[in-house]
Design a protein around this ligand. Structure first.
Ligand SMILES: O=C(O)CCC(=O)N[C@@H](CCC(=O)O)C(=O)O
Ligand SMILES: [Zn+2]
Length: 330
């Protein structure tokens, strides 16, 4: 049934699985709340149970996390896992997934802000997802966690990395160890509010929340799920309500965002190759961008590395993060 949920949610000619439908899974039951929104409810809470939100497909062409969710749910359905914690599984931008594009009209992952008053399919979906997350965290008074899984457009010096949203809530050190065990090779601390989905859960619900980049954007069927075995193990522990695995922080390089390069005008270009991998470092004095309105961006004071460079973003949106290495959290 869970397999069918994933497939029918993404069907090109969608007959959305009926909301309110429910059924049994090993250790509990499932309930469909909205298209692409499935809740798993355990019969009994395991000792280390947390209220877990796991989302994929917030960008429609980022398929590896969707395949990972499929593998994870298949293991539950086959009885290889037993549900021990409440889990909300979300497939984000269903129409963009069907079309194989990052987004249809506007970037869903910039819309997770209460009071959002934009109109359109992606703003509607953001409001729907904010509401289901609010209701889920209200139903389960447990420690909260949200992993929003993505893949990156570019190659990366660190193909798997975590983005820690900026918010008042402190990140539990156990999370860094868990993410290290899951195979994250780098972690990035955001420096300001970003209105992404993971930021929503951290800012409004004090959840342990991260955007996880799990390799590079590829079409369905072309992803290397073996590289995500550690991530699957972490998701399995969460679903069973077990303690998270614990890895070594020496295996993770930490960075902090120092500034964002914003696209201010049509006349905007990045001054380095489109093929430049994430975390490539640029020396002081290097020109990084030209913008007809904001002028030139040149590296000052100390070298910076570039993450998520994308000159094609909407006007007023982030065209790259500029980051510097920092010590691991203590
Ligand atoms: O590779 C890229 O340029 C984008 C990959 C991606 O979708 N990243 C997320 C990061 C969200 C965050 O900053 O937490 C995004 O841009 O939405
Ligand atoms: Zn993404």
């Amino acid at each position: 049934m869970l397999d069918e949920w994933l497939a029918s949610s993404l069907d090109a000619d969608p007959v959305e699985p009926r909301e309110g439908r429910s059924g049994k899974v090993p250790g509990g039951r499932y309930r469909l709340h909205a298209p692409g929104v499935l809740e798993l409810l355990p019969d009994e809470l395991a000792p280390e149970a947390q209220a877990c939100v796991v989302s994929a497909g917030i960008h429609g062409n980022e398929t590896a996390p969707i395949e990972l969710v499929g593998a994870w749910l298949a293991r539950l359905e086959a009885g290889q896992l037993r549900l021990g914690a409440p889990v909300l599984v979300i497939l984000g931008n269903l129409e963009a997934i069907r079309q194989g594009v990052r987004f249809c009209t506007t970037n869903l992952n910039r819309l997770f802000q209460r009071g959002l008053d934009l109109e359109g399919d992606e703003p509607d979906r953001a409001r729907e997802l904010m509401a289901v997350v609010d209701a889920f965290f209200a139903r389960h008074t447990l420690p909260r966690v949200h992993y929003d899984m993505h893949t990156a457009i570019r190659d990366s010096r660190y193909p798997r990395f975590a983005v820690e949203p900026f918010a008042d809530a402190e990140t539990d050190p156990a999370q860094w160890h868990g993410l290290a065990a899951a195979g994250m090779q780098a972690a990035l601390h955001q420096h300001r509010h970003s209105w992404t989905f993971s930021h929503y859960s951290k800012h409004y619900h004090a959840a342990q929340a991260f955007t996880l980049e799990l390799g590079k954007v590829r079409p369905f069927g072309e992803n290397d799920l073996d590289a995500l075995a550690g991530m699957l193990t972490l998701l399995e522990a969460l679903l069973e309500g077990r303690q998270m695995p614990s890895g070594n922080l020496e295996d993770v390089r930490f960075f902090r965002v120092v500034s964002e390069l914003m696209r201010q005008s049509q006349d905007f270009e990045l001054c380095f190759s489109e093929q430049t991998p994430n975390f490539t470092e640029f020396a002081v004095g290097t020109q990084l961008a030209h913008d007809g309105q904001a002028g030139d961006t040149v590296v000052e004071e100390a070298p910076v590395a570039v993450v998520f460079p994308n000159a094609q973003v909407e006007l007023g949106a982030r065209a790259a993060l500029l980051v510097r290495a920092c010590p691991p959290p203590t």
